[in-house]
Design a protein around this ligand. Structure first.
Ligand SMILES: Cc1ncc(COP(=O)(O)O)c(C=O)c1O
Length: 406
């Protein structure tokens, strides 16, 4: 039995007033509960002002709400210090920030960065750019076609030359949950820094940065019920302190003269320009919402939905499901239907009100490995139901039947 009151949860999301919508694209972005929408609207309507700059009541209120959001994020991932939390525009910016402010400044020809073939493009391209500019070698932990990492040669891939290991926690294509702690321990044995891309796992699984002892971690607000335009870079304070700014201007300065500038303390040193105040307040409200329901309950419900979905989809003739054969995975299922292009299939499903993603999911190396150009991806979150999974199965079967008659 689920500990979640799904009817109550669905009633919190204004978009589900449209009863015909079956939203199965939460891995791309989640829908928003009214608690988040209201928190953003309340800020704009009742205490909107810039932060840190004004000595007037509204600005003090806005600054407090902004700071409170940062503390909520720190607690959510069990960071010991709120100064470890840098607000960015999303996971992509968080990774690029470290690529610019740490990797370009500290790495040289002969050094190695290790990532995996399972990464989202956001955790590939920034390191390719670093490699091009610095002569650093970029290496990849291979994947198996069953959607898991092939860690059999990890001892050879992580060497004294390895300076950074940057790994996706949960695959946005397969749903696979990677053995992050094991990889971090291996990286530490050669004193390499570690960066965890938690964009997919953050809405589903409790994350404890102190337990992992990772150096950096990134995620996006919009994938965890929060607004777009806000993300997080967690970094150990001593590392963030040692790094130079990513962008200049606004609150990131301590003083500016014609001759030179000095930098603000962390995390502000990395938050140039007017901060993402409304977005951070919205993210704080999203964290409150998740905490109220309980991340452990959400995780359990996700596992329950995944088991049901796999069982039902496996009854569809000609359907190939990628991954989910061994190990732990989460509620993301990528598949293809024999003889039907994924984009056509997505349009067929859309006619039944079912929203799924079709494409390469910003993970072209995975598509290459699978020997396909794209897949359909159905992904579930706390507002989805077994009834919706039945609709997906039925719509797929209808498509199979349609094509068999051609
Ligand atoms: C695993 C992973 N990493 C990074 C990203 C990039 O996130 P954003 O576009 O919010 O920066 C995504 C988004 O799909 C993702 O799934």
């Amino acid at each position: 039995m689920s500990k979640l009151d799904i009817n109550k949860i669905r009633s919190d999301f204004p978009i589900f007033a449209d009863k015909s919508l079956v939203y199965l694209d939460s891995a791309a972005t989640t829908q928003k509960p009214k608690q988040v929408i209201d928190a953003v609207s309340d800020f704009y309507s009742n205490y909107y002002a810039n932060v840190h700059r004004g000595i007037y009541d509204l600005s003090i209120k806005a600054t407090e709400a902004y700071h409170s959001a940062r503390k909520k994020v720190a607690n959510f991932i069990n960071a010991s210090d709120w100064r470890s939390i840098v607000f960015t525009s999303g996971t992509t910016e968080s990774i690029n920030l470290v690529a610019y402010s740490w990797a370009r400044k500290n790495l040289h020809k002969g050094d190695e960065i290790l990532i995996t073939e399972m990464e989202h493009h956001s955790n590939i391209v920034p390191w390719q750019l670093v490699a091009e500019e610095t002569g650093v070698t970029l290496k990849y932990i291979p994947i198996n076609t069953d959607g898991t990492l092939d860690l059999s040669n990890i001892g050879e891939l992580i060497t004294n030359k390895t300076k950074l290991v940057s790994v996706i926690h949960q695959s946005n294509v397969f749903g696979t949950i990677n053995p992050i702690k094991e990889i971090i321990v291996k990286a530490k044995s050669v004193n390499a820094l570690t960066f965890i891309d938690a964009a997919q796992s953050i809405p589903h699984s409790p994350i404890n940065v102190q337990d992992w002892d990772c150096d950096f971690l990134a995620f996006s607000g919009h994938k965890m019920l929060g607004p777009t335009g806000i993300g997080v870079l967690y970094g150990k304070t001593e590392l963030l302190d040692s790094m130079t700014p990513f962008m200049g201007g606004g609150d990131m300065i301590n003083s500016v003269t014609m001759a030179k500038s000095t930098w603000n303390d962390i995390p502000y040193k990395f938050e140039a320009g007017t901060p993402k105040i409304a977005q951070a307040i919205g993210l704080g409200a999203a964290i409150d919402y998740i905490n109220e329901i309980g991340l452990a309950n959400i995780h359990e419900y996700g596992k329950h939905l995944l088991i049901i979905a796999l069982e039902k989809l496996r009854t569809v003739d000609g359907l190939t499901i990628y991954g989910h054969k061994v190990g732990e995975s989460c509620s993301v299922i990528s598949f293809n239907l024999e003889g039907v292009h994924p984009h056509d299939l997505a349009q067929f499903l859309d006619q039944d009100g079912i929203a799924v993603r079709a494409g390469h999911h910003c993970a072209q190396p995975i598509m290459d490995k699978l020997g396909v150009s794209s897949t359909i991806r159905a992904s579930f979150y706390l507002y989805n139901t077994e009834k919706e999974i039945n609709k997906l199965r039925d719509s797929l079967k209808k498509t199979v039947s349609f094509f068999s008659k051609l």
